[in-house]
Design a protein around this ligand. Structure first.
Ligand SMILES: NC(=O)c1ccc[n+]([C@@H]2O[C@H](COP(=O)([O-])OP(=O)(O)OC[C@H]3O[C@@H](n4cnc5c(N)ncnc54)[C@H](OP(=O)(O)O)[C@@H]3O)[C@@H](O)[C@H]2O)c1
Length: 358
């Protein structure tokens, strides 16, 4: 077992080699990646004790020595189940930032459940999200801990927006979520995940049933609010929302679109070595259409820097879970089932993560 502990005080001084963390600590697996570092900063700023975890000892120690918080480093490969178990021990919440999650998610989530820790990740991989609901629902209920796959920009933001738009409706014919994203400079793991998703099977609704389909649908046109206007969109864009949205909105039809141009822009697939400050220029508009009995309700959410928004959303969720706010008993959930979408979105607006119009 490759498990070791290095403990740092808030001034970054190395102290001792045995764990002094207790269950107040929040663990970040994949802490040395772009998203993991953003989350480390956000959680440290809020005064949380942190376990920084991953496979690369040297990067973790370098990161820990720069963090202004009580921090412990725990090193574990995904295939070392004992070491991974030790990563999650004595933590309230484990946030997995080591994508793709089809590779890391189940192992980290199962270790979290065994330790009685809540589990969140940043997955935008629909087949993985479905697997978590299918296979971890029983274990999570039994452990009494909350599991939320896709607690990030893609997944949670649109899911909560759609739930807010659909509020009070007893039956919904269709939910359509459309993303306009420009200036996305992918990290190494985002690029790897995007390429993998482009070549994977998709999930789509047919006659009220979610089915595995083999290919992308043909591009369609979608009208975004002015000044964006009509844009060509990838239909059946791979997104966990097809699984999570019907859990909080009474519908059996969900479509997710993404602007075609997002993946044709300069640098989108060649930016994995950029530094963090160069990555924050992305802009986004998310539209949720909720159709019910011949009427369509619409909500928009727009802002900048999709990575920072993803990190803020996961941070706010982790802090709520660590503080004992679950709103639900143990199980696997979409974000809008665990948190009140109106309150959560209002809090995110207070943090300047995005704006909304309805
Ligand atoms: N849903 C969303 O809106 C959203 C938002 C942000 C990110 N994401 C997803 O989150 C993931 C991480 O993104 P990022 O921007 O942080 O990427 P990144 O900067 O490339 O970092 C990836 C991190 O994962 C670790 N990792 C990768 N493969 C691993 C493995 N097999 N075992 C252990 N650790 C492994 C890396 O560790 P090393 O340093 O040791 O390589 C690194 O710490 C991606 O899949 C991305 O698509 C989703």
């Amino acid at each position: 077992m490759n498990y070791e502990v290095a403990h740092f005080d808030p001034s970054g001084r190395y102290n001792e080699r045995s764990s002094i963390m207790n269950v107040e600590a929040i663990a970040i697996y994949g802490a040395t990646g772009h998203t993991g570092r953003l989350m480390t900063h956000e959680l440290a700023t809020r005064g949380h004790k942190l376990v920084l975890a991953g496979r690369n000892r040297q990067s973790l120690i370098e990161l820990a020595s720069k963090v202004d918080a009580e921090v412990e480093v725990r090193v574990a490969d995904l295939d070392d189940s004992q070491a991974l178990q030790a990563v999650t021990e004595n933590t309230s919440v484990v946030i997995n930032c080591a994508g793709p999650f089809s590779r890391s998610g189940e192992a980290v989530a199962r270790a979290s459940l065994k330790s009685g820790s809540h589990y969140l990740d940043h997955a935008a991989e629909p087949l993985y999200v479905k697997r978590v609901f299918d296979e971890l629902q029983g274990p999570a209920r039994e452990a009494g801990t909350v599991v939320i796959p896709g607690m990030s920009f893609y997944g949670a933001t649109s899911g909560m927006l759609a739930s807010l738009v659909a509020d009070g409706l007893e039956q919904v014919d269709n939910v359509t979520i459309a993303y306009y994203v420009t200036g996305w400079l992918m990290t190494a793991a985002s690029k790897y995940t995007a390429v993998k998703l482009a070549n994977s099977d998709r999930l789509a609704y047919a006659n009220g049933k979610l089915e595995v389909v083999e290919r992308n649908a043909e591009p369609e046109w979608f009208e975004f609010p002015a000044p964006i206007g009509w844009r060509q969109v990838l239909a059946n864009y791979p997104a966990g929302e097809v699984i999570t949205v019907p859990r909080s909105i009474p519908t059996s039809s969900v479509d997710v679109f993404m602007t075609v141009k997002t993946f044709q822009e300069d640098g989108v697939f060649t930016s994995e070595n950029l530094d963090a400050t160069e990555r924050n220029r992305s802009e986004f508009t998310i539209v949720a259409h909720v159709r019910s009995s011949g009427n369509t309700r619409v909500g928009h959410l727009f802002g900048k820097d999709i990575y920072q928004v993803g990190a803020l959303i996961a941070t706010e969720a982790a802090v709520r879970l660590a503080d004992g706010y679950t709103g639900v008993a143990g199980g696997v959930f979409g974000a809008a089932e665990v948190f009140n979408p109106e309150e959560f979105i209002a809090d995110m607006q207070r943090l300047n993560a995005f704006e909304t119009t309805f």
